[in-house]
Design a protein around this ligand. Structure first.
Ligand SMILES: C[S@@+](CC[C@H](N)C(=O)[O-])C[C@H]1O[C@@H](n2cnc3c(N)ncnc32)[C@H](O)[C@@H]1O
Length: 400
């Protein structure tokens, strides 16, 4: 009997996946999104549309189960389990004994998590850690689970009310964000008053890229930034809105004091003096809505800053940087998502909505980046994209 059209379609999708795997290694960051897109198409073809919808309905409950597990420290306990027979896994009784949760609740939560692919249920009421769990238990990612659930979800719940108030316009001012509507304050003002949330956010910012491609590996720093640095000019890089300086630290770790010609300066609203007396970098309290005090540095670095703001505000932030730049010498490095014009990957498309609801911000396409730079008198030096729709490097210069 000839295969049915739906079987033929499935076989052709399987063939696409096979070709994608054979063409390139599945661990190649650049081609992985295409492979994953093909796998999703296959899943969509197998799953009945009604079941796809049921899966979508249940997504917030998956977040809820994960948040309960983090609160009770279950994933950490499973990760640290050192039983003489690791294949047995951690028992439900052990989880209940070590956490302050009731075993009936823990069993229900673990049922969701193992179905999501977080930990493996090795036998009835026994759990083993797996690579996904080992990522979640890293401090930055655990903080991310708390941050998304405790801070972002309340704003998601208010999104419809907030959009309705603004007649379903894409927000143009920070005060129009769902976050502002929910908490009666802008995101960063609210964070200042909520130290626990701020600590989670900072940990999450510092740790969220562990295991991802680093710009230090795919952007030619030596050739484009270090080479040609004026040794008389002592500031090499200013990291504007750099949080606790994790990017400057990894730059110093990679190049050392000898490999980097000059000072590194961290600027943020609450930048503190580093406790480390070997002074990996200097810290400076700075508000990026004011004129940039460090003039003529070789590099001004903005990572995950501009997506937090609507375009008119980005123009203000960038104008202060452009004013401080020495023409044909200083370089602006922006590290942000660079959206393709079509078929944006799901995670990036969702991050755009996240920026809208938290800050009235947005993720931008190549042409939107070019336009923004042009409007403040800067010229694009190039885009470095390692993963379609992922975070990349945008380099800009000021022409004389
Ligand atoms: C999304 S985080 C990015 C942090 C860091 N660049 C990174 O990629 O991990 C935004 C940062 O901007 C800082 N920030 C917000 N408003 C600021 C302002 N007006 N002036 C200076 N920094 C500001 C925050 O304190 C926070 O550290």
């Amino acid at each position: 009997m000839a295969p049915s059209p739906s079987t033929l379609r499935l076989l052709s999708l399987v063939e696409d996946i096979k070709i994608a795997i054979e063409k390139d290694d599945a661990s190649n960051t650049a081609t992985r999104p295409d492979l994953l897109a093909n796998i999703s198409k296959l899943r969509d073809a197998v799953e009945a549309p009604q079941d796809s919808l049921l899966r979508i309905y249940s997504q917030p409950l998956q977040n809820a189960a994960l948040r309960v597990a983090v609160e009770l420290g279950l994933l950490e306990i499973i990760s640290c389990a050192s039983s003489p027979t690791p294949e047995m896994g951690t028992s439900l009784a052990h989880l209940a004994g070590r956490s302050h949760g009731d075993s009936k609740l823990i069993a229900r939560v673990m049922r969701v998590l193992t179905a999501m692919g977080i930990c493996i249920e090795s036998s009835s009421e026994h759990y083993i850690s797996n690579p996904l769990n080992e990522v979640i238990v890293q401090p930055g990612y655990t903080a991310g689970v708390r941050f998304h659930f405790d801070v972002e979800i309340p704003a998601i719940i208010k999104l419809i009310e907030c959009l309705s108030k603004h007649r379903f316009r894409s927000p143009a001012y920070a005060s129009e964000s769902a976050f502002d509507y929910t908490f009666s304050a802008s995101f960063f003002d609210w964070m200042k008053e909520n130290p626990m949330a701020l600590r989670c956010f900072d940990l999450y910012m510092a740790g969220r890229r562990v295991g991802k491609a680093s710009w230090l590996d795919y952007y030619p720093i030596h050739e484009r930034l270090i080479k040609g640095t004026d040794l008389k000019n002592t500031v090499f890089m200013v990291d504007i809105g750099g949080g606790h300086g994790h990017d400057l630290k990894s730059l110093r770790d990679k190049y050392g004091h000898e490999g980097l010609p000059g000072r590194l300066i961290l600027q943020d609203l609450a930048a503190e003096k580093p406790k480390d007396t070997t002074a990996i970098f200097e810290s400076m309290h700075y508000n990026f809505f004011e004129p940039q005090p460090v003039r003529g540095a070789r590099v001004y670095h903005l990572r995950a800053i501009l997506h937090d703001w609507p375009t008119p505000i980005c123009r203000t932030i960038l104008s202060h940087v452009a004013d401080a730049m020495t023409p044909n010498y200083s370089k602006l490095i922006i590290r942000e998502f660079i959206l393709p014009d079509t078929n944006v990957p799901l995670y990036t498309a969702c991050t755009d909505i996240r920026m809208m609801l938290l800050h009235a911000g947005m993720e931008r396409t190549e042409s939107q980046w070019k336009e923004l730079l042009y409007e403040v008198g800067l010229e694009l030096g190039g885009f470095w994209i390692v993963e379609r729709g992922g975070e990349g490097v945008i380099e800009a210069v000021k022409k004389s």
